[in-house]
Design a protein around this ligand. Sequence first.
Ligand code: BJW
Length: 228
Amino acid sequence: MPDRPSIVILTGAGVSAESGLATFRGPGGLWEGHRVEDVCTPEALAADPALVHRFYDARRAALATVNPNAAHLALARLDAAWPGDLLLVTQNVDDLHERAGSRRLVHMHGALLSALCAACGHRRDWSGDLPPATPCPACDAPMLRPDIVFFGEMPYDMDRIGDAIARADLFVSIGTSGAVYPAAGFVRLAAQAGARTMELNLEPSAGSHNFDDRRFGPASRLVPEWVD
Ligand code: BJW
């Protein structure tokens, strides 16, 4: 390892589970009987916008009741203290990493508290009651949608993430099942680039065998143990 290793950290729903936010594929992962794969698609938004908006309204309401946990706080301490390159790539659309204090952060699947104009791509805060038919401040179209990456859509910041992985000396995956691409493929990209790879998760992910090191248990214990 070099003196100042470059670190890329990937987080998933498991990092926020102990804050009280449900994961997607664990117990309680169904929402009103729907799988996430059936709700988070452009087709679902077109066919039944009320259903998709209800899902995100409920998620936004839940977010207002929870706080960062020991795992988010430990990652923020690492961000503040680490002298080398570091990028925290979260698949989560909650804002718990920011609230904990992480700064070098990308939300590859979007953000619950952001709204996207489906007509022109303008983004604005989604706070309080924001009916989807609210006119866009940029183009006036009444077509606000959650600023969320649905299945079949391109995740955000892929160039920045790819560059960071190509330069990484250490890749750490925390609390993600490895069921969704392209994030599930990052471990192999990091290994190909020469990084050491580590999984911290409650249970082995789909690609667990691809990691050099694996530690299993709750993120609120494993992450502070690793960071501190
Ligand atoms: C704990 C814990 C505790 C619990 N402590 N751990 C066939 C083959 C390959 C790919 C495809 C395919 N068909 C289609 C695709 C592509 C598709 C895909 O991957 N589909 C799969 C279902 C197969 N992907 C896409 O469409 C993506 N876009 C895309 O590919 O564009 C083209 C492209 C081409 C080339 C390069 C780049 C792109 C877009 C994916 C969008 C994902 N969107 C969602 C919903 C929106 C966000 C939201 O509403 O919140 O994102 S789906 C959902 O899954 C959400 C999550 O971010 C994502 C990942 O879930 P995550 O975080 O892993 O959660 P869980 O619940 O699965 O796992 C939780 C884990 O935590 C578990 O392991 C627990 O053990 C653990 N845990 N408690 C530690 N206390």
